[in-house]
Write a protein that binds this ligand. Structure first.
Ligand SMILES: Nc1nc2c(c(=O)[nH]1)N[C@@H](CN(C=O)c1ccc(C(=O)N[C@@H](CCC(=O)O)C(=O)O)cc1)CN2
Length: 284
């Protein structure tokens, strides 16, 4: 068997087209503010991507690139200013933050109605009680990708490997809301392959290059690779690989590639969330 590929680009384009349509119905437009501290190369590249895609969709976009040593108080002051600015539709702080900054205090400072990452405790709680308006971008992007390829979720056994606040935990909440039977496993789960082989849909979001091998996958299962790891092999320059080993293609029924799978969905969903936030400001 060779797995059907589920590329992110067509699904992301469809999501961006919907975001454009909804933006056209907003006379005042929408404005995304992205805050980045320091020069971590991955963060610089993700923020550049968000800014470029936002402009392509027709959003206004401002990147606040602050020095790594920016005191937390200055960051909180910037967030307070943007919270109070009626023209600022969405605010995002790129993660990870430097060690001297308390990330949870910073995320809590963002107005939940402008929290386009969906990381504020009010939005996290809303996600678990079925009331969220701004879902976290990667899990929501994963579900949009499954919908795009008409992969059913209701009634399926879903296994998530990874329990991060950004992906694993919110994805579990969203799959439960869609009537999947959900198991969350992680790097310390004993006999991981016995757990993952029960999955109709397996989500790998643990951040370990090639952790998931054919031995972890039931024949014909759908496998969603959320991992983005910079992986060095022998003398080659590091390249981007997922949490799923390429040999899984011979066992799975369908598989997302890395790069070019879930990654583009994260950015598309962020822009959709920004348009949603702007709609709520316009029609509270
Ligand atoms: N505030 C946030 N910080 C972080 C988030 C987040 O959702 N909000 N997620 C990740 C990084 N991330 C977005 O910020 C992100 C990761 C990957 C991609 C992506 O498109 N990846 C491409 C490959 C890009 C490359 O060549 O490096 C792919 O997988 O095809 C977009 C966004 C951590 N921080």
């Amino acid at each position: 068997m060779t797995a059907r590929a589920l590329p992110g680009a067509p699904a992301a384009e469809a999501l961006l087209a919907r975001a454009r349509e909804r933006l056209a119905a907003l006379p005042g437009g929408a404005h995304l503010h992205v805050i980045r501290l320091g020069d971590d190369p991955a963060s610089v590249s993700y923020v550049r991507l968000k800014d470029r895609k936002a402009r392509e969709v027709g959003l206004r976009s401002t990147v606040h690139a602050l020095p790594d040593a920016t005191p937390e108080a200055d960051l909180l002051a910037l967030i307070a200013r943007l919270n109070a600015d009626p023209a600022a539709s969405g605010i995002l702080v790129q993660l990870p933050l430097p060690a001297h900054v308390n990330a949870s205090r910073v995320l809590r400072a963002i107005d939940p109605d402008k929290d386009v990452d969906g990381f504020h405790p009010v939005n996290v709680g809303g996600l678990w009680s079925g009331e969220t308006r701004l879902p976290p971008c990667t899990p929501a992007g994963v579900l949009a990708l499954l919908d795009h390829y008409a992969v059913p979720v209701a009634g399926k056994r879903a296994v998530i490997v990874g329990r991060s606040n950004i992906v694993g935990k919110p994805l579990a909440a969203m799959l439960l809301a869609r009537d999947a039977t959900v198991t969350v496993a992680h790097s310390r789960t004993p006999d991981l392959s016995a757990v993952t082989r029960a999955a109709d849909i397996l989500f790998a979001a643990v951040g370990r290059a090639h952790l998931i091998t054919p031995a972890h996958v039931r024949s014909g299962a759908t496998v969603i690779d959320v991992g983005v790891n910079r992986h060095a092999v022998a003398d080659e320059p590091p390249r981007l690989v997922g949490d799923v080993h390429p040999d899984v293609r011979s066992v799975a029924g369908a598989l997302t590639p890395v790069p070019g799978g879930v990654g583009p969905m994260t950015v598309a969903q962020l822009l959709m969330n920004t348009v949603t936030a702007a709609h709520h400001h316009a029609h509270p």
